[in-house]
Design a binder for this molecule. Structure first.
Ligand code: DC
Length: 228
């Protein structure tokens, strides 16, 4: 059967990765979380001491070129996990240290060029659902199906606030809302590949639509493209 590329971009905390994972599962496609790749490079930079008051870009780039970055399917968990130089770093990349630095690392043009090339290789055989900020605009502008996910700031902040509370983190709703606003600003205003809706992307505002409904809408759109 014909395989396609599904690009999912959008704002932070819109449920892109959960949606992308479910869509990939339903179509038996490979899910690629490009945010995890930027996080992995940030982890490498921290591990090697390249982040001080500034970032040693040359040091980071050569370390990156000597590293292996890959996704390995964990059949017990039914999902892929990210590995850097043979080490599973899923847990490390979700921590605060990485979260605090990742947008600085994601701004470095050479890091983006390197990761975009890797992402294109990963999607070369098609049959992938890739989520990020620049998938439909830069990585795969020719993707057969492009989605742009969004939701109101208030709804996203509420979802993130509940997630953090469940993890036992002590934060106020206003702090979470401010963080979301800052991340939106950084994502949309950076010089290198800012978050933009591709002109041919379908916008999905999931403020008031349950996850399952969004997933089945996307699967249906994908099936139409596959048949076309
Ligand atoms: O989706 P996320 O929160 O895991 O992304 C982590 C960071 O990487 C965030 O600052 C946005 C950035 N990113 C990017 O610049 N381009 C992508 N394709 C994916 C993520």
């Amino acid at each position: 059967m014909k395989k396609i590329i599904i690009a999912i971009d959008g704002h932070s905390s819109t449920g892109k990765s959960t949606t992308a994972k479910r869509v990939a599962h339903a179509l038996q496609y490979v899910y690629i979380d490009t945010g995890a790749m930027y996080r992995a490079v940030t982890f490498l930079a921290l591990q090697k001491g390249f982040i001080t008051t500034s970032i040693d870009k040359q040091g980071l780039l050569s370390a990156l070129k000597e590293s292996t970055l890959s996704f390995v399917h964990n059949s017990a968990l039914g999902r892929s996990e990210i590995y850097l130089n043979g080490q599973n770093i899923e847990k490390e990349i979700r921590g605060l240290a990485v979260a605090n630095q990742v947008s600085q690392v994601a701004k470095i043009p050479e890091v983006r060029t390197y990761l975009v090339a890797l992402q294109r290789q990963m999607g070369a055989q098609k049959g992938v659902v890739m989520d990020g900020r620049d998938i439909g605009t830069v990585v795969f502008p020719q993707a057969e199906l492009k989605l742009f996910m969004t939701a109101s700031e208030q709804v996203r902040a509420q979802r993130r606030f509940e997630e953090l509370q469940q993890k036992g983190e002590i934060v106020t709703f206003d702090q979470v809302l401010k963080n979301i606003q800052e991340r939106d600003y950084q994502d949309t205003h950076r010089e290198e590949s800012p978050l933009q809706k591709a002109s041919d992307a379908i916008e999905i505002d999931n403020s008031h639509i349950p996850l399952e409904e969004v997933v089945s809408q996307i699967v249906q759109l994908a099936e139409e493209k596959i048949k076309a």
